[in-house]
Design a protein around this ligand. Structure first.
Ligand code: SF4
Length: 62
């Protein structure tokens, strides 16, 4: 699965970084994905982060 954070949409709430710090980190006042390919063992927490993002800025796709 590929993960991306839409910079324009992200409001910098840091929830994704708290939920899945292995994949997301803050870069200034926006979150970024540290990797584009999410390893299997991180998929569940990454998906949870995407689902909980208040502005749906996180996209996960094959
Ligand atoms: S949860 Fe969404 S809005 Fe909040 S920092 Fe992450 S990508 Fe940005």
């Amino acid at each position: 699965m590929k993960v991306t954070v839409d910079e324009e949409t992200c409001i910098g709430c840091e929830l994704c970084v708290e939920t899945c710090p292995e994949v997301f980190e803050m870069a200034g006042d926006k979150a970024i994905a540290k990797m584009s390919d999410v390893p299997k063992d991180l998929l569940e927490s990454c998906r949870e982060a995407a689902e909980n993002c208040p502005v749906e800025a996180i996209k996960l796709e094959d």
